[in-house]
Design a protein around this ligand. Structure first.
Ligand code: FRU
Length: 528
């Protein structure tokens, strides 16, 4: 395109932006969602996974098999608050659309079915399937409430169940439990994977304030290998839902092992959160590179997340998903029919900085399938001072993906960022402060928060922005997932505006900021 034409288009678009300011502010807010229709209720996520009805917490048993991504989850089918735990079940062929399936695992005489994982026993090590028709095996914690009430310490034990019809029907193993509690109150959330170099299964288990590693030739008999975590990382609460996997270091031929450990309470912004360690694992022992905690996500609402097993080598992706809530207030958030949603699935990688390894996570590329044509794309630089409205009649701020590339080299400012606002001036503010060197998500005046005094807070995360800063935000009814610089920093927060957000603003305080490029997409609903 010739320069003069480019300039006039820029002037036109910029003029529209400025003149749209008053229009958008006076535009009538639409409700965050009418209370009718399938997946149309107020605060119902339109492209995130949530159960049709009732209570959900941790993702469980995430495994890929025969073209399907399985998502099991902690589920209480009789109420919108936590209760006797079952495993709910859903499948997806593309990580974007989900199909609900019947409850997979019900509590039995050994207890409730707490969190755990699933594997495909391709070599039929367990003898529960066959090599031609391998069993899907779920490894979970039995939590026995009677034994807990009676004052026993051994009320959590590990059990297994198997399915030979792609996870549709399940049989509990007759020899359960397969790993008995040695006398420790918190003994749960097994994550199991095949360790090729030693030719055995490895289980990582959360054990009060540390993790235990076990090995097994057949998923039925387990041997203690080692423990990790005493005095390492964050210890503001109990350790839960661990994971251990090998991950490629971007731009190199090497890989590192990454250990995830969820902790509740004790997260960096209060309540539940997930920390990680990088290091080496030889099939017996995990040796960390860092003994201080690093956080998978600095927002308040990404907990108990783990990764999918059995992703094909040809794809070679490490895919993650977490529970988009926080035990600080999960049971009282203002949704009526169901409670909680999962994060959007994310792809993980490692980056190197000063000889240390850091996790990056970004939405899986399949998100592009959800993008609608009505995008707003500005590829010419523009400056922002104060608060500037970005307007488009077709923009649905309650269901969108926003991307802004800031050029900080030529900018002088105190803080910059994005504001989502509704007609009654409730606003979610997400930004970066140059003097504090931190990102923040401020939901203190973003709508309904009186259900818990722990909710309406400002979450912060240390960050040292370079000359270029890329902000990517995914908004869906009641959540905002922020990915900074290709996922080097992530903040996931839920939010309950009284009316839907209709005004998008970019702000810069203390000077002007240059934006090189921006792209905005409406995202489609997956529920019909
Ligand atoms: C984490 C957790 C797990 C437990 C499950 C019970 O959110 O507390 O440790 O297995 O939830 O629902």
């Amino acid at each position: 395109m010739n320069k003069a034409i480019k300039l006039s288009i820029w002037v036109l678009v910029f003029g529209m932006l400025i003149s749209s300011c008053s229009r958008s502010e006076s535009k009538k807010s639409t409700p965050a969602g009418p209370i009718t229709g399938y997946y149309q209720e107020q605060y119902r996520p339109r492209f995130h996974f949530s159960p049709e009805a009732n209570w959900m917490n941790d993702p469980n048993g995430m495994v890929y098999f025969g073209g399907e991504y399985h998502l099991f989850y902690q589920y209480y089918p009789d109420s919108t608050v936590w209760g006797p735990m079952h495993w709910g079940h859903a499948v997806s062929t593309d990580l974007v659309s989900w199909k609900h399936l019947p409850v997979a695992l019900y509590p039995d005489s050994l207890g409730y079915i707490f969190s755990g994982s699933a594997v495909i026993d391709s070599k039929n090590t367990s003898g529960l399937g066959s090599e031609t028709d391998p069993a899907m095996i779920a490894i979970f914690t039995y939590h026995n409430p009677e034994s807990e009430k009676a004052g026993s310490k051994t009320f959590q034990n590990q059990g297994i169940a198997f399915s030979t019809d792609k996870g549709r029907t399940w049989t509990k193993y007759s020899g359960n439990p397969v790993l008995k509690n040695p006398g420790i109150r918190d003994f749960r959330d097994p994550k199991v994977f095949w360790h090729d170099p030693t030719g055995r299964w490895i289980m990582i288990l959360a054990v009060h304030d540390r993790v235990h590693l076990y090995s097994s030739p057949n998923l039925l008999n387990w041997t203690f290998e080692s423990e990790f975590g005493k005095g390492m990382g964050a210890h503001g609460g109990v350790w839960e839902c661990p994971d251990l996997f090998k991950l490629k270091v971007e731009g190199s031929d090497t890989s590192k092992w990454v250990m995830f450990v969820s902790i509740n309470p004790g997260g960096p912004n209060g309540g539940s959160a997930t920390q990680y360690f990088t290091g080496e694992f030889d099939g017996h022992k995990f040796v960390p590179e860092n003994t201080n905690e690093k956080w998978v996500d600095w927002g308040r609402d990404n907990y108990a997340g783990v990764t999918w097993s059995n992703i094909p080598d040809t794809d070679n992706r490490r895919l993650f998903l977490g529970w988009m809530s926080n035990w600080d207030y999960a049971t009282v958030v203002p949704t009526k029919v169901w409670r909680s949603a999962m994060t959007f699935p994310r792809e993980l990688s490692l980056t190197t900085d000063n000889n240390q390894h850091f996790l990056s996570s970004k939405p899986v590329r399949e998100i592009e399938k959800l993008r609608e044509k009505s995008a707003l794309i500005f590829s010419d630089p523009r400056t922002v001072t104060g608060e500037k409205v970005i307007h488009s009649d077709s923009l649905n701020l309650m269901q969108c993906e926003l991307m802004f590339d800031f050029n900080l080299a030529d900018s002088k400012y105190d803080s910059i960022g994005i504001i989502l606002e509704n007609s009654i001036h409730e606003r979610l503010v997400i930004g970066y402060s140059s003097d504090k060197k931190q990102f923040f998500t401020d939901r203190s005046n973003a709508g309904n928060s009186n259900f818990s005094e722990k909710f309406g807070t400002v979450a912060t995360a240390p960050y040292n922005a370079g000359n270029k800063l890329r902000i990517r935000l995914i908004v869906d009814a009641a959540s905002a997932e922020l990915f900074v610089d290709d996922g080097r920093l992530v903040m996931t927060n839920i939010v309950f505006p009284t009316e839907g957000f209709t005004v998008l603003k970019i702000f810069s305080t203390g000077g002007e900021v240059l934006i090189d490029h921006s792209e905005i997409y409406n995202l489609k609903s997956i529920w019909r």
